[in-house]
Design a protein around this ligand. Structure first.
Ligand code: NAD
Ligand code: ADE
Length: 424
């Protein structure tokens, strides 16, 4: 920085700010689409005079999104969307180098996490950016008086959308919410290639285990599951998939994976990865049937996918064995190893998705915030997706930045695609 004043904050150590800034700049190099949006925001000032509360994983990529909002004139407060995902040097840089109030400490306890949510709401936001819907749910439950000030919110992840749908169904959603996750340039790339790479990265950093030749059980074959299964296979694993949706299960079969219920897979797996967005995908009896030495982790949004309360009850002992890895000894004498207390392994044990993929996710976030402002008062209080044209624009900019050219429809092709009378 910095001739700005250091804002109010709760971070681990302000002395980490220079390191954080360097890493934020490294991420920026692989976020060309967001960078273009940031420069346009700087000229057009779409958020001038608006307060923004942003609940996100505090990473180098998120910092670049915060800088885009700041360039656009937003008065932004950042808080963590998960107790274990904060990169402390990034939080320090946001505060000390860029003057953005940030409340996030890696390893913060749940009361601290909840207190930070209150700080974000005390900011009296006009716009909310959420990842998992903790901020919006708390506002709707506890701050009814503030709801009318909110222009709208954006939601990053599948689980957050599931919660927003429940709020909408209960008639509780009183402002428009943009489902960023539903953009094709988000879930097809972030959830699949981002989660695929960063989950395996987190597992390898935490365990230093060889993946080749191991039985890797992937629970859930949605966008994240497909990515994890694909990358585990690429590292030489024998991948087993579990599902509850018959269509996803056939897809996994035709992609070449063994599919079976978790009750069967439990005794076969060397490594388990949950990405279901659902509670207790791995439950008490499954732990009992696991092989000695099985490693278990979650890359879904919340830590509810593993029934760790049941595991705790079944265990005769528990001890930390490496960073972000706990060993449980079961009554049958077997050992099982849980990574990152069941919190998302890619952000707890590694750095989350690489910048190139977050470039598209966060381009969607930035444009969704602008869309809310431009359409203030015109959108129904329900879940919205961004117009298809925004997806196309982000994909076009990304291809351009990668130096990839594609074909254009000729007039003859367009005419054919719009006709019905030229068949056999
Ligand atoms: P999705 O809806 O595409 O896929 C989830 C799949 O899990 C579905 O196919 C569903 O049928 C299946 N499923 C549900 N309950 C199950 C059960 N008990 N056993 C087996 N399968 C079950 O969702 P997604 O986009 O893949 O997201 C999955 C989770 O990952 C969500 O919590 C999402 O918020 C989170 N997510 C995490 C990251 C990350 O960085 N770690 C990134 C994106 C999304
Ligand atoms: N979600 C997954 N990876 C992420 C990242 N690198 N930054 C912010 N949110 C993320």
């Amino acid at each position: 920085m910095s001739n700005q004043t250091v804002p109010a904050a709760e971070i681990k150590d302000i002395n980490l700010k220079a390191e954080g800034k360097q890493r934020i700049e490294w991420a920026e190099r692989d976020m060309p689409v967001l960078k273009q949006i940031r420069e346009r925001f700087r000229k057009e000032q779409p958020f001038k005079g608006l307060r923004v509360s942003c609940c996100a994983h505090i990473t180098t990529e998120t910092a670049n999104l915060a800088l885009a909002l700041q360039a656009g004139g937003a008065d932004t407060v950042m808080i963590a969307s998960n107790p274990l995902s904060t990169q402390d040097d990034v939080a320090a840089a946001l505060v000390g180098e860029y003057g953005i109030p940030t409340y996030a400490i890696k390893g913060e306890d749940i009361p601290t996490y909840n207190r930070h949510i209150q700080v974000a709401l005390d900011h009296k936001p006009h716009l909310i950016m959420d990842d998992g819907s903790d901020l919006v749910a708390t506002l709707i439950r506890d701050r009814k008086d503030q709801v009318k000030e909110v222009i709208g919110s954006t939601e990053e992840t599948t689980t957050g959308i599931t919660r927003l749908r429940a709020m909408e169904k209960d008639g509780q959603l009183k402002f428009p919410a943009i489902s960023v996750n539903d953009a094709q340039t988000k879930h097809m790339f972030d959830n699949r290639y981002g989660t695929g790479q960063s989950t395996l990265d987190g597992i390898i950093r935490a365990t230093n285990r060889l993946i080749a030749g191991r039985n890797v059980v992937v629970l859930g074959y949605g966008w994240c599951g497909k990515g994890c299964a694909m990358r585990a296979k690429g590292l030489g694993a024998n991948v087993i998939v579990t599902e509850i949706d018959p269509i996803k299960a056939i897809e996994a079969v035709m992609d070449g994976f063994r599919v079976m219920p978790i009750a069967e897979a439990a005794s076969l797996g060397d490594l388990f990865i949950t990405v279901t967005g659902n509670r207790h995908a791995i439950d008490g009896p499954h732990f009992e049937n696991m092989r000695d030495g099985a490693i278990i982790c979650n890359s879904g949004h919340f830590d509810i996918e593993l029934n760790l309360v049941a595991l705790e009850k079944q265990a005769t002992s528990r001890r930390p064995i490496r960073g972000y890895m706990d060993e449980f000894v079961l009554k049958n004498g077997n050992h099982v190893y849980v990574l990152a207390e069941g919190r998302l392994v890619n952000l707890s044990c590694a750095e989350g998705h690489p910048a190139s993929v977050m470039d598209m996710s966060f381009a969607n976030q930035a444009l969704a915030m602008e869309y809310l402002v431009k359409n203030k008062g015109k959108l129904e209080p329900q879940i919205h997706t961004l117009p298809e044209a925004v997806d196309q624009e982000i994909a076009t900019l990304k291809l351009h930045s990668l130096g990839v050219k594609i074909d254009k429809l000729t007039p003859e092709m367009t005419e054919y695609m719009n006709s019905w009378d030229s068949g056999t």
